[in-house]
Ligand binder design. Sequence first.
Ligand SMILES: [Mg+2]
Length: 135
Amino acid sequence: MMVPSLFGWTQKTENKMALEPIKVPSELPLGKLQEEVHNWISKHGVRYFNELTNMAQLTEEVGEVSRIIARRYGEQSEKESDKTKDLGEELSDVLFVVLCLANQTGTDLQAAFDKKMNVKRERDHDRHHNNEKLK
Ligand SMILES: [Mg+2]
């Protein structure tokens, strides 16, 4: 099955040894991160895991973040073996997989993020200021 990606139309299960250059504006912060992940994949990862594998990986990494939050900041007790777990490292794992998914699905994450922030600025300002629970 052919799917769109930052590299044009590609075969979904294609195992490329050399990846084509990424096509996002790398001078912008998220584009720079997308490019960095793409370069890492090209140099060290051989190829992207397919989208379904990365979706499962994302779920797993979110679960690791959730475990730390629930036990360190929530009401569950934190096991001794969990006390050395690094929240930043786990959040970075989530970000890495998100960047992989963006790259392999042809998503310009900076453009999408900018669009989302504009929506949130316009839609949510009054909503949050008028939320009694936040006062
Ligand atoms: Mg992890």
